[in-house]
Design a protein around this ligand. Structure first.
Ligand SMILES: C[S@@+](CC[C@H](N)C(=O)[O-])C[C@H]1O[C@@H](n2cnc3c(N)ncnc32)[C@H](O)[C@@H]1O
Length: 270
């Protein structure tokens, strides 16, 4: 009864609208879809179909970390399989608010941490059974640092997705392309790995690749545990593109970009 009360389509639709532009386009239990799905929005269930075969159907007693979790689509899938705890890390308040609403809509408890993944990984000693590191590596200025921390934090499996700079058939030696300015109008991208760089990067952080169901997706398990060194005081640099937002820390999407994304959605004719 309680669920029905706040999931009435009209109410749900209104709340989705109030929460602005949605990157993850999926259906809520009320039947309402999150936004319009106009690119750069995308349908996360397509990514989920690729990793789902590698995730046990029963995740009861398992813990999950979903970094750069956005509106929570992947966390919800893990909770649906019974995960006992799911922590979603997301620095943008707009997306963290969407994730809270999504958790409420699915009547699930997600622990939402509105913080940058660098800060999160460097200030916790926790470890998780499953780590979802999807669509985030290339957004990081210190991606190797975060990858090493997340590998240490993974007890069972890491699911890693990253755009790559070339197609498998044009394979180059492993490399990372550095982006000084914005990439495809997005000022939050820093490094794009080549297709052949993904597997050695994960191996170098102690992981073993168990599957590559897509050129951009790796499934990996810990092979050699490198451990960690804990310092009492951590000093982390502020970083960001010149003239742009500075990380780490909680962020808000630039109002002009938010309006532009909403305008594109509104103009979409289907
Ligand atoms: C391309 S989206 C991927 C979202 C989701 N993981 C997925 O696969 O659908 C990147 C996400 O990472 C978040 N993000 C960007 N910079 C971040 C950072 N420094 N720490 C944590 N998350 C970050 C973005 O706000 C966004 O939600």
């Amino acid at each position: 009864m309680f669920r029905k009360k706040f999931l009435r389509p009209s109410n749900s639709e209104h709340r989705v609208h109030e929460l602005g532009w949605w990157y993850q386009y999926f259906q809520l239990p009320s039947g309402v879809w999150t936004g319009r799905g106009t690119p750069p929005s995308y349908r996360p269930e397509e990514r989920w179909r690729l990793i789902e075969p590698f995730i046990p159907a029963d995740l009861s007693n398992q813990t999950v970390l979903d970094v750069g979790g956005n509106a929570g689509y992947f966390s919800v899938q893990m909770k649906k399989r019974g995960a006992k705890r799911c922590v979603l890390v997301e620095p943008y308040v707009e997306f963290a608010r969407q994730a809270s609403f999504v958790a409420e809509s699915f009547n699930m408890n997600l622990e939402i941490v509105n913080e940058d993944v660098h800060t999160y990984c460097l200030t916790t000693e926790e470890r998780f059974d499953y780590v979802l590191f999807l669509g985030l590596f290339y957004h990081l200025k210190y991606p190797g640092l975060v990858l090493d921390r997340l590998s240490e934090m993974t007890r069972k499996y890491m699911f890693f997705q990253c755009i790559v700079s070339d197609a498998p058939e044009n394979e180059t030696p492993p490399n990372l392309t550095f982006l000084e300015g914005p990439y495809k109008d997005d000022p939050t991208n820093w490094w794009i790995p080549s297709y052949s760089a993904l597997e050695p990067m994960l191996r170098s952080s102690g992981m073993k690749i168990t599957a590559r169901p897509h050129p951009e997706i790796l499934v990996a398990e810990p092979e050699e545990y490198f451990g960690k060194v804990v310092h009492k005081k951590l000093v982390f640099p502020r970083y960001g593109k010149r003239g742009g937002a500075k990380f780490p820390g909680t962020q808000t999407v630039a109002p002009s970009l938010w309006q532009e994304l909403l305008r594109k959605d509104a103009e979409r004719k289907d």
